[in-house]
Design a protein around this ligand. Structure first.
Ligand code: NAI
Ligand code: MG
Length: 358
């Protein structure tokens, strides 16, 4: 049976980089004989909102449920629709209602990319961040009392369930076990946060019993952010709660260069719902419509999708093609954010061409 991919370009540069993501996937699929089937949707965009008064149709869930994955561009046009409306009306619905409880991001220093950390070369930084994506600090439990008085008080609860914590830890241990270094780092703050974080630590220790071959350590989130910058080569897989994972998963890609190349996966490992693959960047209204967006984040997200489907060889070829084009960084090919004067088209077609030549 074909693998059905829902293509949701969204807004701004999401629409501009998507065609090259699809082109690269089609190229690799034809070489490896992978039965990918694409279908495009115009919802989850501010254009759609302007026409229909909502970001998505009421039956979006029924429409997307039969797909094996969602390939997502970016959403947001803050001059037209407030960001909280566009984000909560689309991407956050996908993540929550499709129970995409893993947010996965590679942090890898690629050849040809200027590293903001001094003295680092490709190979020095190569790790994965696994963020819990459904509970934790981002709960909607809490409230406000004595509003407008000097006793004004706000409370927001952190929710950790055994099921929720264990499933993200299991995923992270499995990922660590699959890698040569077999090393897992847990982000915590059990010195300051005295109920939920010690619970997290306890579940980590409990889960570790199933993975005796994985080397485990833990750091409080404050010193961990310092290590990201000062000793990024010590990491292999890092697991964190929703908030800590959120922070680390922006810091990590920032330590490896331009936001334009970073991908991410929102994964439902049970396969009950489609997983979603997207570039880390947003819709970039400041450069939208000019053909200047770096397409590599979108293409690399497609590579993660192939990996997720289990096509390891095809995924490896795609990653190699990205690496080769970045390593060459020809000024007429790569985009401005990488110091070139190329366009989305020149960059995207170079990667597709490289895939075909490998
Ligand atoms: P952004 O990622 O869109 O842009 C930040 C900066 O990076 C801008 O200067 C932009 O030009 C540059 N940039 C981003 N991607 C690039 C690429 N591929 N090539 C070259 N340069 C690139 O983040 P910002 O400006 O905070 O948000 C803009 C809109 O995107 C907002 O509406 C926001 O809500 C939305 N957004 C959506 C996300 C998503 O769909 N997952 C994630 C982040 C923001
Ligand atoms: Mg974030």
């Amino acid at each position: 049976a074909p693998l059905k991919i829902a293509v949701v370009p969204g807004d701004g540069i999401g629409v501009e980089v998507m065609p090259y993501g699809v082109q690269c996937l089609k190229t690799v699929a034809s070489i490896f004989d992978i039965p990918l089937q694409f279908e495009s949707f115009d919802f989850a965009s501010c254009d759609y909102y302007q026409k229909h008064g909502a970001m998505m149709p009421d039956d979006w869930k029924k429409t997307l449920l039969p797909f094996d994955a969602i390939y997502f561009g970016a959403v947001g046009m803050p001059d037209i629709v407030p960001d909280d409306v566009s984000l909560w009306g689309s991407l956050l619905k996908f993540r929550r209602e499709f129970d995409q409880y893993i947010n996965l991001r590679p942090c890898r220093l690629m050849p040809g990319v200027r590293c903001p950390l001094a003295g680092r070369k490709p190979g020095d930084i190569d790790f994965w961040i696994v963020r819990e994506n459904t509970e934790g600090e981002y709960s909607s439990i809490g409230g406000k009392i004595f509003e407008g008085t000097d006793r004004e008080t706000v409370i927001q609860e952190t929710v950790m369930t055994r099921v929720g914590v264990d499933r993200v830890l299991r995923y992270a241990f499995e990922l660590a076990q699959s890698r040569p270094r077999k090393r897992l780092t847990s982000a915590t703050k059990s010195n300051g946060i005295s109920i939920t974080m010690p619970y997290w630590d306890t579940r980590v220790v409990e889960m570790a019993k199933n993975y005796p071959d994985v080397a485990l350590d833990k750091y409080h989130i404050d010193i961990l952010t310092a290590h990201f910058v000062q000793k990024p080569n010590m990491f292999d897989v890092i697991v964190g709660s929703n908030l800590f994972g959120d922070i680390l998963s922006d810091l990590g890609p920032a330590c490896t260069g331009t936001i334009g190349i970073a991908p991410s996966g929102n994964i439902n490992p049970d396969g009950k719902f489609p997983s979603l693959f997207e570039p880390v960047h947003g819709s970039a209204p400041d450069i939208a419509g000019k053909g200047l967006a770096n397409p590599v984040g979108m293409i690399w997200a497609g590579q993660m999708m192939l990996e997720h489907f289990g096509y390891k060889d095809a995924a490896a070829v795609m990653l190699k093609a990205i690496e080769n084009v970045l390593a060459r960084s020809e000024p007429d090919v790569v985009t401005r954010d990488m110091g070139g004067n190329g366009t989305t088209k020149s960059f995207g077609e170079a990667v597709a061409g490289e895939i075909a030549s490998l």
